[in-house]
Design a protein around this ligand. Structure first.
Ligand code: NAD
Length: 438
């Protein structure tokens, strides 16, 4: 059993902390947001993640998981301290903003007592571990510690499953004691035969960015093939299936759609581009990926405008799905934000519905009317756009929908439906990368 402090109780910190507690470790999740801690103390989750409330409750009752604002006390009593604070894009230049990481490092440094491992779980550029080490040494020259990189690969929406059954765990350190202690932290996973993989610290830091950049590039690749399919009257879904069956390519992340969003891919691709430019080794494939994806979101709005006959001025557009993907409430960099903005720029009134993201959406969307449900959103709409593929949008009552709408137009940016089903119900239909006839 290890004594662990997890700094930052967000999507990554809270899930990782609860899972480590479930492995049998004694975990304290520290956050500096009092409202977040208050909710957690009451057994309420500050974020939406399937299964998290039950996991947290179970481990809190067993007293393996606690919440605290007292970073110093918790760090002093820990064997391992994880930094899982945010690393958003720095305003202005796109580099990762490391102020939260460095702030946490200084606080940790002042509190360390006895040999402690400090682990960056946040996604951080190459060299951040060196700087964390320097900061700790500066504030506490006598501290006995090792700094390790352990990037996190979980996905929101299936975070617990991803954490407990990862494809791999990457641990960046050359310190033998740290290796042994990190192996102990992840021991239950090695029993499940999950590969725990040791590299140098810098290599681990870069591995995370390389993984996200590759996935972003894969999505962008199929999105461009989708555009080509529309011009050539081919079907991107069949192309994706056809190439995905090749084991060298793999079928995942080949779903054409409105462009990637979320709290990781946009900021991490941009940060990698910046790191590479500074290192005088530009990653031009990723530079191009970033630019294609930026343009794609507004081009999806143009697709909706085209489906409305070339103009949305004075029209009402119903938008189903606001979060960047299903099963999360996360609105950070969701494609819906740019799409809705572009529709409003074109003079449309937007009515939106999302199963769990509306609270966060209200904070980032201006001038949008939020509906209580799918059919309320469709009331009087001139077109309906599916922007996020929540399960409840997969079995729409098309007749009921049509009876509510002013004109039956569906733009399916996630290819949830096949054209035949929807047109048979009396709609005009536009998907992404589909042939004209289907
Ligand atoms: P988040 O914004 O949900 O959570 C960060 C938390 O840290 C917040 O609750 C904030 O109050 C707290 N915090 C900040 N500074 C603090 C300090 N000094 N002391 C205590 N608490 C502090 O962020 P997130 O989505 O969990 O992401 C965290 C990191 O993990 C990022 O680097 C991100 O790139 C990476 N990551 C995220 C995901 C994901 O799916 N969200 C997946 C893999 C990696």
């Amino acid at each position: 059993m290890m004594r662990i402090t997890m700094i930052g109780a967000g999507y990554v910190g809270l899930v990782s902390g609860a899972c480590f507690a479930d492995f049998g470790h004694a975990v304290v999740c520290v956050d500096r947001d009092p409202a977040r801690l208050e909710l957690l103390e009451l057994g309420r989750m500050p974020i939406y993640e399937p299964g998290l409330d039950e996991l947290v409750a179970r481990n809190a009752v067993q007293k393996r998981l606690r919440f605290s604002s007292d970073l110093a006390a918790s760090v002093a009593a820990s064997d391992v301290v994880f930094i899982a604070v945010g690393t958003p894009s720095r305003r202005g230049d796109g580099h990762a903003d490391l102020s939260y990481v460095y702030g946490a490092a200084a606080e940790i440094g002042r509190a360390l007592s006895g040999f402690t491992i400090v682990v960056t779980k946040s996604t951080v550029p190459v060299g951040t571990g060196d700087e964390v080490e320097r900061i700790i040494r500066e504030v506490n020259p006598d501290a006995d510690f090792a700094v390790v990189s352990n990037p996190e690969f979980l996905r929101e929406g299936s975070a617990i499953e991803d954490f407990k059954r990862p494809d791999r765990v990457v641990i960046g350190t050359e310190d033998e004691t740290a290796k042994a202690m990190m192996s102990e932290v992840y021991r239950p996973l090695s029993l499940n035969a999950a590969p725990v993989y040791f590299t140098s610290r810098r290599t681990a830091e870069l591995t995370k960015y390389a993984a996200n950049a590759f996935l972003a590039m894969k999505i962008t690749f199929i999105n461009e093939i989708a555009d080509l399919c529309e011009k050539l009257d081919a079907d991107v879904q069949d192309v994706a299936r056809g190439i995905g069956m090749d084991g060298r390519i793999g079928s995942k992340f080949l779903h054409a759609g409105p462009g990637y969003g979320g709290s990781c891919f946009p900021k991490d691709t941009l940060a990698l581009v910046k790191t590479a430019q500074d290192a005088e080794s530009p990653v031009r494939l990723i530079e191009t990926t970033v630019s294609i994806n930026d343009q794609r979101k507004r081009s999806m709005a143009r697709k909706i405008v085209a489906a409305c006959g070339g103009s949305v001025r004075g029209k009402t557009i119903a938008v189903l799905g606001l979060t960047f993907k299903p099963n999360t409430d996360d609105m950070r960099d969701a494609p819906s934000i740019s799409i809705i903005q572009a529709l409003q720029d074109g003079g449309a009134r937007v009515v939106a519905y999302d199963p769990v993201g509306m609270e966060q959406a209200r904070a980032v969307l201006d001038g949008v009317t939020f509906a209580d449900g799918i059919y309320q959103a469709a009331e009087g709409a001139d077109a309906l756009a599916i922007v996020t593929e929540w399960n409840e949008f997969r079995s729409l009552d098309l007749a009921r929908l049509k009876s509510r709408m002013t004109s039956p137009v569906m733009v399916d940016l996630r290819n949830v439906y096949n054209k035949e089903t929807v047109t048979r119900a009396g709609f005009s239909y536009a998907g992404v990368g589909r042939p004209r006839g289907s």
